[in-house]
Design a protein around this ligand. Structure first.
Ligand SMILES: [Zn+2]
Length: 76
């Protein structure tokens, strides 16, 4: 195994990997929030250039409503 030196200066900015173009960006935009019932969720990031390509964040409220059944309201 090769022992790599621990980089220190790379953590001064909250850099994230863009989920779309796989580039590292220092201005990450949250495009999706993943919630897990078994543990803490995580955020999916994109760079500012790719962020507009993603749909708006799904509202947790909408998700809950979907789970409870769409027929209940009878709106459609
Ligand atoms: Zn990108």
């Amino acid at each position: 195994m090769v022992s790599e030196p621990t980089p220190r200066a790379t953590t001064r900015k909250p850099v994230r990997l863009c989920v779309r173009c796989s580039r590292v960006t220092d201005a990450p935009v949250v495009v999706s929030e993943v919630h897990q019932s078994s543990g803490p969720g995580f955020n999916v990031y994109a760079c500012p250039e790719c962020a507009p390509c993603f749909p708006p964040l799904p509202d947790a409220y909408d998700l809950l409503n979907g789970w409870r059944g769409r027929n209940e309201d009878g709106a459609e």
